[in-house]
Design a protein around this ligand. Structure first.
Ligand code: SF4
Ligand code: FES
Length: 336
């Protein structure tokens, strides 16, 4: 089994494991703090061929392998790059890599509106977290952002294309877990957009899962829109007997009102089991569910309170590293 070292934490993993998967195994087994796992905006474990679009998961490979120890010349997407025996990878320990990732974030935000105060995804938005953790405070972009009209995809899903980062997750979800994909990305470059032969699009039992996989607020649940900020709701693990799906969900309560029903997600923000539309949209009475207890939100986000407190320290550490690097660089210049 190849051995890989990520930010100084080592693990043996099966052949064919990617760097991202290896880092998640390290974190899941408690051998590495979660913060060292590269962020991923397009990769999704359950979706085949996902990943490779957004470049947020880039890492620096400082040693290629035991056989060929040369570093890789450019940052590589950790969701696509498989590990090799003896490989050494840097994520948080490489300030230049963090600089490069900040550039990726800047690109992702070029056309993204500053909608957070009115966006239903705020508080559990991966882009919000990514920007806070890996982005810069300001923007250098001065041009008009591209804008689209909002579209209803069926009667339950709203597509707000302005917020879409073209991660393809919803396309792959529709392709792989529903009966026939009828939506995808049309056009290219800054004209690229998610589009659908809308009305039939979402007429199948598992279509609501595209909402859960969307990392931003581009696809939202029309039955929940503007009902509450997510951090005011109480997520509970709940289940019911369902003959279409596993029936295990998270119900988001306000008092005894079920404001929304979603799939349960793991600490990497990925759905544990797909749920059907009946569970998601039609079971909105507390009596429809057996409540198991409060759901522990492990994913770092605003909904897991105080998370940003620990991140603050992390950011201080990183900026100290950057300063040290700059000082060393200046000393180098003076010497030469
Ligand atoms: S709508 Fe959401 S899931 Fe689909 S491509 Fe855009 S950001 Fe990704
Ligand atoms: S998560 Fe790897 S490229 Fe998007």
């Amino acid at each position: 089994m190849p051995k890989v070292t990520i930010d100084g934490f080592s693990i043996d993993v099966p052949e064919g494991t990617t760097i991202l998967q290896a880092s998640r195994i390290l974190a899941t087994e408690g051998k590495m703090p979660d913060a060292h796992v590269p962020p991923a905006m397009c990769y999704y474990t359950k979706l085949k061929t996902s990943g490779g679009y957004c470049r947020t998961c880039i890492v620096k490979v400082s040693k290629g392998s035991e056989k060929d120890p040369r570093p890789m010349p450019k940052p590589v997407p950790s969701c696509r790059q498989t590990v090799m025996d003896g490989m050494e990878v840097q994520n948080l320990t490489a300030p230049d890599l963090l600089e490069a990732r900040a550039g990726v974030v800047e690109f992702l935000l070029i056309n993204h509106p500053l909608d957070c105060p009115i966006c239903d995804q705020a508080g559990e938005c991966h882009l919000q977290d990514l920007s806070y953790e890996n982005g810069n405070a300001g923007t250098r972009y001065e041009f008009a952002r591209r804008t689209f009209d909002m579209i209803d995809i069926g009667d339950k899903i709203k597509l707000h294309m302005n917020r879409c980062i073209l991660c393809y997750r919803c396309v792959k979800t529709a392709e792989q877990i529903t009966d026939g994909r009828v939506h995808g990305v049309i056009s290219r470059g800054d004209h690229a957009e998610i589009s659908t032969y809308i009305e039939q699009a979402i007429d199948n039992d598992f279509s609501g899962n595209v909402i859960d996989v969307c990392p931003v607020g581009a696809l939202t649940d029309r039955t929940f829109r503007f009902k509450s900020r997510v951090w005011f709701t109480k997520p509970m693990d709940a289940h019911r007997k369902c003959d279409k799906c596993c029936g295990k969900t998270a119900v988001w309560l306000s008092g005894n009102d079920v404001l929304r029903v979603t799939a349960r997600k793991d600490k990497f923000g990925e759905v544990e089991d797909w749920i059907c539309n009946e569970c998601r949209y039609d079971k909105k009475q507390i009596g429809d569910w057996t409540i198991e207890g409060p759901r522990k939100i492990e994913r770092h986000s605003v909904i897991s309170q105080n998370h940003y407190e620990s991140l603050r320290q992390l950011k201080v550490d990183i900026s100290n590293q950057k300063k040290l690097l700059e000082v060393a660089h200046v000393a180098d210049i003076k010497q030469n």
